[in-house]
Write a protein that binds this ligand. Structure first.
Ligand code: ATP
Ligand code: SF4
Ligand code: MG
Length: 670
């Protein structure tokens, strides 16, 4: 009983959260539609005249014709027609026909159009191009002309009846479903929450079914009701032109056309009632469609922020001081990740480019590496390459070893298994990374059961509660929808999802960018705790050097697709070696900042990077030979490397007068 009550509460919820105006639209529209349904199916039981009846039996075997063109009266409330039919009887019969044809037509169009649109949009390629061409050609035809042509064909094959009319009307609407569903699929496919699901190892079928289909399907009731209204109009137009269901079957459009001559002679009722029926039913269906548009689309509701919103809990005090990583040596299980010669390339309209161009590093279990650098230097490309989660057209070369196995070139099924289990990605925008139509617990159940199919739903939910509790979210919140959480809580949910399968490595790509400083501090604490308690390796991508200083053991500085300096955070921040690192630090505000310097110029185009050292066009220490060849990443101290000709080992001898006395540049001008 409790389960039933809770289900009902959830089913009712979208209506509660929708605006009052949409609820009113739906209820008014639905009341009229229900009225027509009752008229169609209860009417014949209680009303004495049928739609094709022109006489009544007055005695056994004796019939009396109904009056011709009688004005509305107690006996015939809507009057009678020239053919002696009772107008109310014909309106009731016409309602029956309209509803049956409408139902058959929209079901037919939906059953064909939705799967075609979904497959075409999701798969893409030649099939998509073929379907789009065919559907566009059909769509370009005026619907009524097309319906007339199809109704001719149908009548020749099946005879002119209800089925032919329904097929003629339905076929016309297939392209509409196809186009709406395909376009919606294309956009949902790009949604961050679909990418997030893929990053946690969701299967293609699951992504198509649960993420794409269930989001796309939200638009179907809206098209369905609006198409139903169109179907009524098309049927009436076919009947009006004489191409619909053949007489004497009652049909509104046909009856209006027959009544045209009556109107000229002052007989208004024969055309009026079927006309009014068309207008009211079409308007009622449109009202329902428009109202549903708001109710069934939780994204719209969330944007309107009309629903209850739970604010982040009060800050639990300042960030606790991080426990430093003790593990620098490779543990028995090997590094959390070992990256060798990694390159990530894209094709762009300006030409191909390597966004990451030959990068090597390792992260040990329980260690955090910060990745910093100006916008466009390849940080996100590098982070995604660790999960092989590339956009279409992106290529990865080199080696990314996690748990001793290379991920580059692994099959899609291997990658799906390893994402979530071995490596997880925490994204920048927590607002958009959760499927708005799924409860938080469902996200967990799906991730867990995708990787561990033997886990029961209840066990998975228990794991979800534990992971959420670890993130400081009360277990009672697991059945909430994403829009009921604040941004900070959503990010914690994302992190809980990322760690529920206990991966060896977490890649966090600007995980706190959209959050306020208090929530940022909480999220960083959580990541730090995971690192030290669970011995997870952490790659933290950020623009914020302060965050790196507080959270990371080591830092890698990237410039134009290459790591130019890497080493322990405290050493690099107190004693940067590469001129670019110095420039970055000099342009950062801190409590000690007395003067702020920015690096002049911009990072180079990666399509055609400058020869030799890519920082040369902006470097205050540039030497003649800096542009001859790319400097190698070389030891510049214990556990520290930098790629700059100012240090011996980078490949070219450094002239005495340029080398800094202590072995690193005396940077004064930047
Ligand atoms: N899908 C793509 N197609 C083509 N080029 C891309 C694609 N994604 C990124 N790039 C290019 O690759 C380079 C690196 O981009 P990336 O997003 O990895 O940089 P980033 O360091 O993360 O930048 P930001 O700090 O702004 O997030 C940029 O030149 C960018 O234009
Ligand atoms: S290699 Fe030359 S140009 Fe590049 S950072 Fe070092 S000094 Fe500057
Ligand atoms: Mg980025």
């Amino acid at each position: 009983m409790d389960v039933l009550r809770s289900r009902l509460r959830h089913a009712w919820r979208p209506f509660r959260l929708s605006s009052r105006i949409s609820r009113v639209l739906i209820f008014v529209g639905a009341a009229f539609v229900v009225g027509f349904v009752l008229l169609a199916f209860v009417g014949p039981l209680v009303y004495q005249y049928g739609g094709t009846q022109y006489r009544v039996e007055v005695a056994a075997g004796q019939f009396q014709n109904l009056p011709q063109l009688q004005a509305p009266s107690a006996e015939h409330p809507f009057g009678t027609t020239r053919d002696r039919f009772d107008v109310l009887g014909r309106v009731i019969g016409g309602t029956q026909l309209a509803l049956v044809v409408m139902l058959l037509a929209v079901s037919f169009a939906m059953v064909v159009g939705v799967p075609l649109g979904l497959t075409s949009g999701y798969r893409g390629g030649p099939l998509d191009r073929l379907l789009v061409t065919v559907m566009d050609a059909v769509y370009a035809f005026p619907p009524l002309i097309l319906a007339i042509i199809i109704s001719f064909l149908m009548a020749a094959i099946f005879q002119a009846g209800v089925l032919s009319a329904a097929l003629a009307v339905g076929l016309v609407y297939i392209p509409q479903y196809f186009r709406v569903v395909r376009n919606h699929t294309l956009s949902v496919k790009q949604e961050p929450f679909v990418e997030a699901a893929r990053s946690l190892g969701a299967k293609g079928r699951t992504v198509l079914g649960r993420y794409v289909f269930f989001n796309v399907v939200q638009s179907v009731p809206v098209i369905l009701t609006l198409n139903a209204a169109d179907a009524i109009l098309t049927l009436a137009a076919l009947g009006f032109l004489g191409y619909g269901v053949q007489p004497p079957t009652p049909e509104w459009g046909y009856d209006v056309s027959q009544a045209q001559t009556d109107v000229a002679s002052g007989v208004w009722w024969t055309a009026f009632w079927p006309g009014v029926a068309i207008v009211i039913l079409v308007t009622a269906l449109t009202l329902v469609g428009e109202g549903l548009n708001d109710v069934v689309n939780p994204l719209l509701r969330a944007r309107g922020a009309s629903g209850p919103r739970i604010e982040p809990e009060a800050a639990e005090g300042a960030r606790t001081k991080r426990a430093p990583a003790v593990l620098r040596e490779t543990g028995p299980g090997g590094p959390a990740v070992s990256v060798r010669g990694l390159r990530v390339g894209y094709r762009t309209p300006d030409g191909p480019l390597w966004a990451v161009d030959g990068v090597d590093f390792e992260i040990q279990p329980g260690e955090s590496l910060g990745l910093v650098g100006e916008s466009g230097c390849g940080k996100s490309s590098l982070g995604r390459a660790l999960l092989q989660l590339m956009p279409p057209g992106g290529v990865v070369r080199g080696r990314v070893e996690i748990a001793g196995k290379d991920l580059v070139g692994a099959s899609e099924s291997t990658l799906r298994r390893r994402r979530g289990e071995d490596v997880s990605l925490v994204f920048q925008e927590p607002m958009t990374r959760l499927n708005p139509l799924m409860r938080v617990s469902d996200h967990f159940v799906e991730v867990i059961r995708t990787h561990k199919p033997d886990t029961s739903r209840n066990e998975a939910k228990a794991m979800a509660r534990t992971a959420m509790a670890q993130m400081g979210i009360p277990p009672t919140r697991t059945d909430n929808y994403p829009h009921e959480f604040s941004g900070g809580m959503r990010q914690r949910v994302m992190i809980a999802l990322s760690i529920v399968l206990k991966p060896r490595l977490i890649v966090a790509d600007e995980p706190t960018t959209s959050l306020d400083v208090i929530v940022e501090s909480q999220i960083l604490d959580i990541l730090d705790r995971l690192r030290s308690d669970e011995q997870v390796g952490l790659l933290l991508i950020t623009h914020n050097l302060g965050v790196v200083a507080e959270t990371c053991d080591r830092v890698a500085v990237m410039y134009a697709g290459k790591i130019v300096e890497i080493g322990p955070v405290d050493q690099i921040f107190s004693d940067p070696r590469h001129p670019y690192t110095r420039g970055l630090l000099a342009s950062t505000i801190s409590l000690e900042t007395t003067e702020l310097h920015s690096i002049s110029g911009y990072p180079p185009s990666l399509v055609d990077p400058p020869p030799g050292c890519r920082f040369a066009p902006r470097c205050p220490y540039v030497m003649e030979h800096c542009t001859d060849a790319v400097p190698a990443l070389t030891e510049v101290g214990p556990d520290r490397r930098a790629a700059c000709y100012l240090y011996p080992g980078a490949g070219v001898p450094v002239p005495e007068d340029v080398r800094a006395p202590e072995g690193h540049p005396q940077v004064t001008g930047i």
